[in-house]
Design a protein around this ligand. Structure first.
Ligand SMILES: NC(=O)c1ccc[n+]([C@@H]2O[C@H](COP(=O)([O-])OP(=O)(O)OC[C@H]3O[C@@H](n4cnc5c(N)ncnc54)[C@H](OP(=O)(O)O)[C@@H]3O)[C@@H](O)[C@H]2O)c1
Length: 302
């Protein structure tokens, strides 16, 4: 059944693909953007301006909306200066807080909110196999961001709105995100594994991720779900798979951790942390991945 869906953060990597899928399935899409230049108005797809930093939002965006999909947040793939860290943390919280207060104030009849989250909620571990029940109290920056993000979503329940959290892994897309950062140097004969290369990387093909969003939307699945492919790989194997797709040798030794920390600073955590995350919960509910194995995903994307 088609409905009107409000999407935040819709101009990003995930959002663009999600909007396309929603429209192709006959839904009407309203989207919120912080960039006035990205507002377009067509019959089925309407953009609205907001700026959660200053509590500014065009409330017409809620007209007829039953479902909200929240993807908004300042990119974590930027150097973690104090200003950037504050923006990464607050942008996610402020976006949800603004949606909450406007829905409450205007008594908008939203039935379901689905929010992006991240597997960064799971602490760095080379041995743990994480499912959604894991409860840790690690206080590193990534954990703090994701916990506060998920925490802000809980308040919607007090308005009688059903909530779904998708803890997204490393999204693989041909043009944006992590994959080009790995594949471009490999193709240019200068690729190498990062750190020990033993860290687990829980990836997901962009198409499967979008299918998971549609799956939880269509089946009205509430709660927390990992959005990762069933077969995470270790970093060395990831780079080797990319090299084999391009038929390139890996000439250079692994880039040592200390060097990555020196060059990237604290954000080197994104490359060095290990999270082996389990996809069983969503699979047990009937979700079928098109891309189970990394090689198949890379073959499709590269
Ligand atoms: N890509 C991944 O591998 C991955 C993995 C795990 C989790 N996630 C999470 O999933 C969500 C979507 O991922 P993505 O890769 O599509 O991210 P993205 O490409 O960085 O897009 C996020 C969108 O959020 C909006 N945004 C940026 N700063 C904002 C701010 N201060 N206030 C409000 N909105 C802001 C922007 O849209 P406008 O400019 O139109 O406002 C931007 O296009 C993100 O929250 C991300 O953290 C992504």
């Amino acid at each position: 059944m088609s409905s009107t869906i409000l999407i935040t953060g819709s101009t990003g990597l995930v959002g663009k693909a999600l909007v396309k899928m929603c429209l192709s399935q006959g839904h009407i899409v309203h989207y919120l953007t912080t960039q006035k230049s990205k507002i377009i108005l067509t019959e089925n797809c309407k953009g609205f301006f907001w700026n959660p930093q200053v509590d500014l939002i065009d409330i017409c965006c809620f007209e007829g909306v039953e479902v909200v999909i929240n993807l908004a947040g300042s990119s974590i793939a930027q150097r973690w200066t104090n200003t950037a860290k504050s923006s990464i943390l607050s942008s996610r919280k402020q976006a949800l807080e603004l949606l909450y207060s406007i829905i409450k104030e205007n008594k908008f009849q939203i039935k379901h909110i689905i929010s992006a989250s991240a597997i960064g909620i799971y602490p760095h571990s080379k041995t743990h196999y994480y499912n959604e029940d894991f409860n840790g109290n690690d206080t590193s920056f990534l954990r703090k961001v994701v916990r506060s993000w998920e925490g802000a979503l809980k308040s919607f329940k007090s308005l009688g709105i059903n909530t779904t959290i998708l803890r997204i892994g490393i999204v693989l897309d041909k043009h944006e995100g992590a994959l080009p950062k790995i594949s471009v140097p490999v193709k240019a004969y200068i690729g190498s594994a990062l750190g020990s290369g033993e860290q687990w990387q829980s990836w997901i093909h962009i198409d499967d991720l979008i299918r998971i969003f549609m799956f939880v939307l269509d089946l009205k699945l509430y709660g927390v779900y990992n959005a990762v492919a069933p077969n995470p790989v270790q970093q060395t194997d990831f780079v080797k798979s990319v090299a084999s797709i391009f038929n390139r040798p890996l000439i250079f030794p692994k880039i040592p951790e200390f060097l990555l920390r020196f060059v990237l600073g604290e954000m080197s955590a994104l490359a060095l942390e290990s999270q082996r995350v389990c996809a069983k919960k969503i699979q047990d509910l009937g979700f079928e991945f098109n891309f189970h194995e990394l090689d198949a995903a890379l073959d499709d994307l590269l």
